[in-house]
Write a protein that binds this ligand. Structure first.
Ligand SMILES: CC(C)(COP(=O)(O)OP(=O)(O)OC[C@H]1O[C@@H](n2cnc3c(N)ncnc32)[C@H](O)[C@@H]1OP(=O)(O)O)[C@@H](O)C(=O)NCCC(=O)NCCS
Length: 226
């Protein structure tokens, strides 16, 4: 299979009005069966709702990786890379990746969550030095004073200055999704100040429309590859 970008949206784990207890029990069982100890240890430190979202997303990511690599999910070992802590199977935060039979699996991965949705990106058979970042944002979460000054460059602030209401929130979300996609692609994350990163014309970054992402139109997503 030639190198290709695969994008998959996973719907919210909790369905309003439906008892989530059976789904939570199944999730916990799947997590114990499929995830590695450093991932489970990280989950144990979380409150119930973020913990369930975390476990569901990690299981979805592993399942996608196994499908694309044509192996069993249990054959993969999570091996993350953090710019501060280093990388390897003992690290469960930072840039995602897996080991297969002790060697890095030939797959780039990126993950993002918003409004209960998980967005997964993967590149099969990546070229040398190739990188991937993906991000989804809920515009409703960006309705606060001070966002523009801490998150946007002067040119980006100018571009949203005349906007109001939903138009402003969607423009902020579009810029923020692009920034986080780039910061995941580079591996820097928010160790780099976002107001120093120009997101609109950054090479390799583009918006992901709902038809391409599988997300609802209320959310905004971007992917960065380079
Ligand atoms: C990456 C980051 C910008 C995304 O934040 P967010 O909007 O809250 O969360 P999202 O849902 O969009 O993305 C979360 C995913 O980003 C990915 N991610 C985290 N850090 C990453 C990095 N440095 N490079 C690439 N991807 C990264 C992980 O897959 C994570 O999923 P997980 O919760 O299963 O581990 C932010 O979490 C960040 O800057 N993290 C790094 C901070 C850091 O380095 N701290 C030092 C820890 S010792």
């Amino acid at each position: 299979m030639a190198s290709q970008l695969v994008v998959r949206a996973c719907p919210p784990f909790r369905v309003p009005g439906r008892d989530s207890a059976p789904a939570v029990a199944a999730l916990e069982r799947d997590a114990l069966r499929l995830l590695d100890e450093p991932e489970l240890e990280r989950a144990r430190a979380m409150m119930p709702v973020p913990r369930q979202d975390f476990l569901a997303a990690r299981i979805a990511q592993r399942s996608l990786a196994a499908e694309l690599l044509q192996v069993r999910a249990q054959d993969l070992r999570a091996s993350y890379a953090c710019p501060r802590c280093g990388s390897g199977p003992d690290i469960a935060h930072g840039r995602p990746g897996y080991l297969l039979a002790g060697a890095p699996a030939p797959l780039l991965l990126s993950l993002s969550r918003a409004a209960g949705w998980t967005l997964l990106g993967a590149v099969t058979e990546p070229g040398p030095g190739q990188r991937l970042g993906i991000d989804v944002e809920d515009p409703r979460r960006l309705d606060f004073d001070g966002f523009d000054s801490v998150a946007l460059t002067p040119a980006e602030r100018h571009s949203v200055a005349s906007l109001r209401g939903d138009g402003l929130l969607r423009a902020r979300a579009r810029l923020w999704a692009r920034k986080e996609a780039v910061l995941k692609m580079t591996g820097e994350g928010l160790n780099r100040s976002p107001e120093t990163l120009e997101a609109v014309d950054h090479p390799g970054v583009r918006d992901l429309a709902p038809a391409a992402s599988g997300l609802p139109g209320s959310l905004v997503a971007a992917v960065a590859m380079g």
